[in-house]
Ligand binder design. Sequence first.
Ligand code: AKG
Length: 255
Amino acid sequence: MPATSAIIDQLIDGPGFVLMPNLIDASEAAQARSRALEVAASPSAAAFGKLNEKIGQQHIRGLLAHGEIFERLVQHPAIIEIAEAMLGDDMTLGAYSARILYPRATEMGVHIDYPYWAMRGPFTLRPPLMTQVIWMLQDFTEENGATLVAPRSQLRCARPNREDFAREAIKITGTAGDAIISHGLLWHDTSQNHTSDPRVALLINYGLKVIRPLDSEIAKVPADVLARATPKLRQLLGLEFGNSLARDLKRGGLY
Ligand SMILES: O=C(O)CCC(=O)C(=O)O
């Protein structure tokens, strides 16, 4: 892998995304994939991730309640290093979910990520407000719904334009255990799943600590998960906000 500073340059001033290969092995990716599918099929799934029949996709939130593997993946050291270089070592989690594209799923629609889409603008590249990570829990192929991105579109600092996106978008294919990391202003979409297998990805929204999380339930994790949470997971859940502010105040010479 290139050095962290080179990756940050690519995320901000270059293509806007980087494919990080082989961060976990295929068996760990497969384990996370089957757990996500199990949760999606459970009777309680409607509470945290309804199927969108129109596009054939299901979006499952609240992953931290559904298995230790999801705790590990959200704090993978290689991902954390890059995301913190973008957002600071007090960044927090804005959302953490699985996106399942069932056979015949269609695009979800080109978009930029939260908080950008919830802002009036104008948008600025710096400081980045958000970084998205897409974990490939199986190979992403030309046929199964691999993520589409328009390289360098973050540089426009604008909401997506469908015609431009259709002209410029490329598919990011990769292998189970790879992850895509991107600037929140990058225009992106899912593609169609023409295979007979669901395509499963984990989506992580890391953001500046001062941004309200997209998922208002993000810090509501089960007591056993909280009890074993590492300092990093506590930070991601916003539970170290006070300590972080104390550090900011000190740095600013206020106390
Ligand atoms: O699942 C993907 O390939 C991308 C999904 C995505 O960008 C999103 O849900 O915001």
